[in-house]
Design a protein around this ligand. Structure first.
Ligand SMILES: NC(=O)c1ccc[n+]([C@@H]2O[C@H](COP(=O)([O-])OP(=O)(O)OC[C@H]3O[C@@H](n4cnc5c(N)ncnc54)[C@H](O)[C@@H]3O)[C@@H](O)[C@H]2O)c1
Ligand SMILES: [Zn+2]
Length: 261
């Protein structure tokens, strides 16, 4: 909702001021922050959109009282991502308190929203147009977007991100970039929040590979990924960049593993 409202605000009269009032956990901790807006189309995720910063973002965790539990869990996938890419202690905190989140403990929700917003805002402020470090926010998203496109947006975004993070952590291990312990940590964290780690639907290796090539991080036919170094940091550096290619064999292994499950 925030993405489409923001996109209308970005394009109506070539841009009008707007305010984001997120009412889902995902929107509070992630999509309302950073000024990315857009609409999903059948051609692929995020191919149509605009950068347009809201004047104000107003999040009130009391609105989450009516949010369906699966939507709450989907939001936690992005929170876990924030911990995984930038703050190991935050990741560990999240893993320790799924019950408090599920029972909507206001202090826990507020501190979660606050820490995730701090992480996202600091990454985005550093890099408003994604030339550099902002790409770390895409951890899990190359695979997630391919899944969303292939499955026609049947999966919730957060669920696709959960599956994508685990797949990309495995890819990072195969590429000798990611500490193997990160895969176990992610698996435990996703289980704690009852998030999916594999696909229930029947999709083919070729469909998923095709969708991966449509990703906007794809350049000259090679797919780019933001890969973890370990929980709390993404592999990369200023100059060399924060996304990398992976070998065709390793990508195929990960895709086959996903589809086989
Ligand atoms: N712009 C960005 O930077 C960015 C970042 C992450 C995700 N996204 C996008 O955000 C979308 C997912 O966000 P979302 O989960 O907020 O989507 P959404 O707006 O579709 O909300 C999810 C569902 O929850 C319902 N809902 C929302 N608040 C509720 C409440 N308080 N009580 C009861 N029901 C409520 C909505 O009606 C909807 O059915 C995806 O399309 C994803 O790609 C964008
Ligand atoms: Zn996301």
């Amino acid at each position: 909702m925030g993405d489409i409202a923001g996109f209308v605000a970005a394009t109506f009269r070539r841009g009008v001021p707007y305010v984001q009032i997120p009412t889902s956990l995902l929107a509070m901790i992630d999509s309302s922050i950073g000024g990315k807006t857009g609409v999903d189309t059948g051609f692929g995720k995020n191919l149509v959109g605009a950068f347009h910063q809201p004047n104000v973002v107003l999040a009130d965790v009391q609105t989450l009282a009516t949010l369906p539990p699966v939507q709450l869990a989907a939001g936690m996938a992005e929170a876990l991502k924030h911990g995984a890419i930038a703050d190991e202690a935050y990741f560990a905190d999240l893993v320790s308190r799924p019950d408090a989140v599920r029972s909507l403990d206001p202090d826990v929700l507020i501190s979660t929203v606050k820490r995730s917003v701090e992480i996202k805002a600091s990454v985005v402020t550093e890099d408003e147009r994604e030339n550099g470090r902002r790409a770390i926010l895409n951890f899990g998203h190359t695979v997630a977007h391919a899944l969303e496109t292939t499955l026609g947006y049947e999966l919730l975004h957060g669920e696709a991100v959960a599956i994508g993070m685990l797949a990309e952590a495995k890819l990072g291990v195969l590429e000798h970039v990611t500490d193997p312990g990160a895969v176990d940590s992610l698996q435990q964290a996703l289980a704690a929040y009852r998030l999916p780690v594999d696909i229930a639907d029947d999709i083919s290796v070729s469909e998923l590979s095709e969708a991966l090539l449509q990703d906007k991080k794809t350049r000259g036919g090679t797919v780019k990924f933001a890969l973890l170094e370990r929980i709390g940091s993404v592999a990369g550096e200023i100059g060399a960049g924060w996304t990398r290619t992976a070998s065709k064999e390793n990508i195929s292994t990960v895709i086959r593993d996903l589809v086989a499950n």
